[in-house]
Design a binder for this molecule. Sequence first.
Ligand SMILES: Nc1nc2c(ncn2[C@@H]2O[C@H](COP(=O)(O)OP(=O)(O)OP(=O)(O)O)[C@@H](O)[C@H]2O)c(=O)[nH]1
Length: 368
Amino acid sequence: MTEPHEDPAHEDAAQQEPVLEEPEELEEDELDEFDEDDEDEFDDEFDYSGLANAEATGFSIDIPEGHRSGFASFVGRPNAGKSTLTNALVGTKIVITSSRPQTTRTVVRGIVHRPDGQLILVDTPGLHRPRTLLGERLNDLVMATWSEVDVVAVCFPANEKIGPGDRFIVNELSKVRRSIRLAVATKTDLVTPEQLGEHLLSIAELGRETGTEWAEIVPVSAVSGDQVSLLSDLLLGLMPEGPPLYPDGDLTDAPEQIIAAELIREAALEGVRDELPHSIAVVVEEMELRENRPKDKPLLDIHANLFVERDSQKGIVIGHKGSRLREVGSAARKQIEAMLGTPVYLDLHVKVAKDWQRDPRQLRRLGF
Ligand SMILES: Nc1nc2c(ncn2[C@@H]2O[C@H](COP(=O)(O)OP(=O)(O)OP(=O)(O)O)[C@@H](O)[C@H]2O)c(=O)[nH]1
């Protein structure tokens, strides 16, 4: 049997580190270049079989009696544990988690498949008082999501007191016409039963204060797994009866490029200063299987740009002689390989898109 390190595909993937390009200022017409929609070309060259395609599969037959399906969205202040909970429910790493707040930008769905139903989880950014145009867009996105889903589940981390941030969210939520609201006390592994009891009472009290009727108040720990399946049962029970909305086996309908971009972004955020998370955007420009590879040794080429807002931020991302960018590329590559099950060659470039968070045109181009 061939030793793993003799596998050429694996070697390629392991040795080829991201190309370090001198960071450059982005001109307007260069921005236009990456605005180009090359999705058609991409479709032709990449196997999308893992993505949801409800119409194509015609699976609306043989639906068991009482089958339920619908959408739920976790909301809560930054760092409340929404992404981790989505992952715990789905059972696979789909949504990006980070120890830094406000890292979730893209609406990514995790799908829980059960014999009795299908639960589609929509993960949104944290709602916060907007200070930039990006902040406003993110809040709009959150409100739009709330009005479209069946259940909005508000996460209140048990290790933190209910505060103005939570009150703000629940108040905003009360402006959206949604019938079903559920409260989740997250991170219960971090507190004593007494503290948890008090926390649950505070959640009930906040409901009374804001005129919010909680369908349930559920304590859960995504890390220990405690009560995760109960939460799944309760959420599904609140969904309308209906057929599965996605093919069996799909875990998310986010295109693989978006997930890959988020994994790169997550790697880039590890261990950097607090203000940097808001300043990083990642766009996967190309993602395709390399031609002329043996069938059993595929290699996926990914070309991605990492955008920062200011020259001063380039250095932080790149590190001394590129050391940090190399680490970021290598960490992201491993995550993407684990997710897709294919060796990956990652080509990562750092670019400056000046003040992109405040510029509507650049925001659009970066996918916001
Ligand atoms: N101990 C413990 N930690 C948790 C639990 N759930 C989440 N965390 C941690 O809390 C931090 C934030 O979790 P996320 O899931 O990224 O939180 P989020 O609400 O999605 O955060 P934003 O994307 O910033 O809004 C991470 O460091 C998690 O590991 C839990 O059940 N127990």
